[in-house]
Design a protein around this ligand. Structure first.
Ligand code: SAM
Length: 240
């Protein structure tokens, strides 16, 4: 059992790491470092062998919506450094570790190079380049049960520009989902709250039975990021 004294508020405060602003380090970098060092999800990611705290976002979304099942075929767009892929590999049984359960597949793509991930097929690709979706479809070689996108362009520092960029990434991911998802499939994508996501919702509602906007606990409260989770894909076309 945990030591009550150690887990008291006083104990927690004592454990908090303070970072001094070093010469040459901007205050914003110091704040980022301090937040990283004190973030329980960063600590958990390290302890549990995930490549980043983002892994907990997809874990929490899957705890709620149960879209990653043994035997599932998953496409992960914007997968670097690989936390979501790691979660998907384990949950769809891509390594065949859950004996007697169906074995799934995980295909990840990212602009950046990704260290190999056991159980996942990973490609370096700009998903916004001409013909990118055809490449993904060829690698996939068939249907998918889940298309998920955590793609985010590097911040421009301008909120509205960042928002429009992420919506463009989401729309491109949704187009791929429309082409490859199996009947009943799931689409998950990161969006930033900011207005233009209404169109995306409209688009998704025409093809999915349910569309939810979710902010999982692992998503930082001070970030405008949230996730759209669309379940029950209608492969046949738009709903009446
Ligand atoms: C927040 S990170 C993803 C983290 C990942 N889900 C994980 O768990 O490790 C966003 C990623 O989107 C990628 N990205 C942004 N634009 C992209 C594009 N046009 N094509 C492919 N990847 C893109 C970035 O390179 C970055 O690695």
């Amino acid at each position: 059992m945990a030591d009550k004294k150690g887990s008291s508020g006083r104990g927690q405060r004592d454990l908090k790491v303070k970072v001094k602003t070093a010469r040459g380090r901007r205050l914003s970098s110091t704040r980022w470092l301090e937040r990283q060092l004190n973030d329980p999800y960063v600590k958990r990611a390290r302890a549990e062998g995930y490549r980043g705290r983002a892994a907990f976002k997809i874990l929490e979304l899957d705890e709620k919506y149960h879209f990653l099942k043994p035997g599932g075929r998953v496409v992960d767009l914007g997968c670097a450094p690989g936390g979501w892929c790691q979660v998907a590999v384990a949950r769809v049984n891509a390594l065949g570790e859950k004996k007697g359960k169906p074995v799934g597949t995980v295909l990840g793509v990212d602009l950046q190079e990704v260290e190999p991930i056991a159980g996942a097929e990973v490609h370096q690709l700009d998903f916004m380049e001409e013909g990118a979706d055809d490449k993904v479809k060829a690698w996939l070689g068939g249907k998918a049960d889940v298309v998920m996108s955590d793609m985010a362009a590097a911040s421009s520092g301008h909120k509205q520009t960042d928002h429009l960029r992420i919506i463009a990434l989401c729309e491109a991911a949704a187009e791929l989902a429309f082409d490859v998802l199996e009947e009943g499939g799931t689409f998950v994508a990161k969006v930033l709250a900011g207005g233009a996501e209404g169109e995306l919702q409209k688009l998704l509602k025409q093809r999915f039975a349910k569309v939810a906007n979710v902010k999982p606990p692992a998503s930082r409260a001070d970030s405008s990021e949230k996730f759209v989770v669309a379940t029950g894909f209608r492969a046949g076309g738009a709903a009446g």
